[in-house]
Design a protein around this ligand. Structure first.
Ligand SMILES: [Zn+2]
Length: 304
């Protein structure tokens, strides 16, 4: 990998990161991510079956692309997918620091294939809706919702960006899986900036339809995110802006769980507090367990 170009800030080891660039005379914005480690972490936490790992891995990577527009500390972007396939749905949350966390509603589903080696994620997801919530700490969060196009995730994010954010985009997401687990994960996103002309649009369409290799294949071959964008866009004047780490991170805490408990309502919580065994809560995102004894629950009620 020594001969690859690295944008300022991009790690030169095999860790996960996102690189941003502009190209084609400033008419497009381009992003690429390597997310192998964070998808491995999702698999470790949730023990997902192969097709669920692929779906969740693509979903987490796509959520990081959408979250790139977040600017401030405390801003969050949540993507909810709810569907009628065996997977039932997924949720992912990202912040402005490249952190993402997520889960599948049904992590173990039967693995089916489009063709040998190509997992059928669309069949596991099925039909449904994709909802994006951007919370900038204002009174009302921004909410956008679309129907799923194929359940293959990348196409669904593409459709969301075009119809809900009016940003024509190309999104490619991939997760490589073998008998030992996740071999690679990542993707790229190219977006037309306002003022992009027909020529730029047809150029990019030709790139998409011209048999550009699968992103999973490129990652397997060891290409870094810069190289993948470089190859896809094919513009020698591509301008790489920066690279920044991305990772799987949960921000749950005992305090956060206490707030969730209080949100249940004091009357219901008082009933729960009567159970001498107390209650056990589990974080959906990292599976960390929190135990609250009956005494702790009563104290929580008194103090709030
Ligand atoms: Zn957690």
């Amino acid at each position: 990998m020594d001969d690859f170009y690295f944008a300022p800030g991009s790690p030169k080891d095999d860790s996960d990161y996102m690189v941003t660039a502009t190209a084609l005379g400033g008419k497009v914005r381009a992003l690429a991510i390597r997310s192998t480690h964070l998808v491995k972490e999702a698999l470790r936490i949730h023990q997902t079956s192969p097709v669920a790992t692929a779906a969740l891995g693509r979903f987490l990577t796509g959520t990081l692309f959408l979250a790139d527009t977040l600017k401030s500390d405390g801003d969050t972007l949540t993507v909810n997918l709810r569907s009628d396939g065996p997977l039932q749905g997924m949720t992912a949350v990202a912040d402005s620091h490249g952190h993402v966390r997520g889960y599948c509603l049904e992590p173990v589903v039967e693995t089916t294939y489009h063709r040998p080696g190509k997992l059928n994620v669309g069949a596991a997801v099925g039909n449904g809706k994709l909802t994006v919530v951007k919370d900038f700490g204002l009174k009302e969060p921004y909410v956008g919702q679309v129907e799923l196009i194929s359940g293959e995730i990348a196409e669904d994010f593409t459709y969301y960006l075009a119809s809900s954010e009016q940003t024509p985009s190309i999104v490619s997401l991939g997760v490589g899986i073998d008998a030992n687990g996740v071999t690679c994960a990542g993707g790229f996103m190219v977006q037309l900036l306002p003022g992009a002309d027909e020529e730029t649009i047809s150029y990019l369409e030709a790139r998409v339809n011209g048999g550009f290799p699968d992103v999973t294949f490129l990652l397997t071959e060891g290409f870094n995110p810069e190289k993948i964008l470089d190859m896809f866009i094919g513009d020698k004047d591509i301008c790489f802006l920066q690279g920044a780490p991305v990772s799987y991170q949960c921000n749950c805490s005992r305090e956060r769980m206490e707030r969730n408990l209080l949100a249940v309502g004091k009357k219901d919580l008082a009933e729960l507090a009567e159970d001498p065994k107390g209650i056990d809560l589990e974080c959906h995102f990292c599976d960390k367990k929190y135990h609250f004894s009956s005494e702790e629950l009563k104290k929580l009620l008194e103090e709030n």
